[in-house]
Design a protein around this ligand. Structure first.
Ligand SMILES: Cc1cc2nc3c(=O)[nH]c(=O)nc-3n(C[C@H](O)[C@H](O)[C@H](O)COP(=O)(O)O)c2cc1C
Length: 201
């Protein structure tokens, strides 16, 4: 195929590219299964739930998928203008009885293990009162999960006193089969309720 024919073929493919983009959009509009966690916990007697999102995570859900108050980095910075203003990550760590990080991706796992706190989520975790439970649900591609740094970082979080809800093996979104999928929603919700009832007894 000569250059001009290749160019013509490329421009004919453009609408396909747009179709693919809108297909991704549809994919994003499917509710990720972790969105079920917040509603199920909110419906537990006496429970109040708030969600903290990272900026990257926003790519994977629509705000209407989150049936509870949703905080992100913008809230942290918009709330604080003067010395007497509330500091959101400190207010949240005071307010909550329990913290659940679900899913905990490889990036945030690495940050938490080494103490980095460059967004609202990692600031709440860094400031967390370790007398209160923090549960985390790792979720990542199998190759990332099997990298030796992962078990070191998970062990570090457990050494901080945080509770792991282990990932499971299944066919992942990327098509790979193996360990790295977030635990089932039912497992996570039951574990949170169990830890909370233990706290209250
Ligand atoms: C489509 C897609 C899916 C991803 N899924 C995961 C995942 O399941 N686990 C993970 O650790 N990283 C995953 N990543 C990479 C993270 O999104 C990336 O490391 C990001 O910087 C995480 O930012 P955050 O920790 O601030 O949310 C994915 C990236 C893309 C583009």
């Amino acid at each position: 195929m000569d250059y001009n024919s290749q160019k013509a073929a490329r421009s004919r493919r453009l609408p396909d590219t747009l179709v693919r983009l809108s297909a991704n959009q549809n994919q994003r509009e499917r509710r990720p299964r972790y969105c079920d966690i917040w509603g199920r916990l909110r419906d537990a007697p006496g429970a109040e739930v708030a969600v903290v999102t990272t900026e990257r995570a926003k790519h994977f859900y629509s705000p209407q998928d989150i049936p509870v108050t949703l905080y992100s980095d913008a809230d942290e910075w918009e709330m604080w203008k003067h010395r007497s203003d509330p500091v959101l990550h400190i207010d949240l760590r005071r307010w909550a009885d329990l913290m659940l990080v679900a899913p905990l991706d490889a990036n945030t796992l690495g940050k938490v293990a080494s103490g980095i706190c460059d967004n609202l989520l990692t600031c709440v975790i860094r400031a967390w009162d370790r007398r209160k439970p923090l549960l985390f649900c790792p979720a990542m591609n199998t190759a990332m999960w099997e990298h030796p740094i992962t078990s070191q970082q998970v062990d570090q979080l457990k050494a901080f006193g945080y509770i792991e809800i282990p990932c499971v093996a299944k066919k992942l979104v990327c098509g790979d089969q193996g360990l790295g999928a977030m635990a089932e929603v039912g497992t996570i919700v039951n574990k949170v309720k169990e830890v909370l009832s233990f706290q209250q007894s």
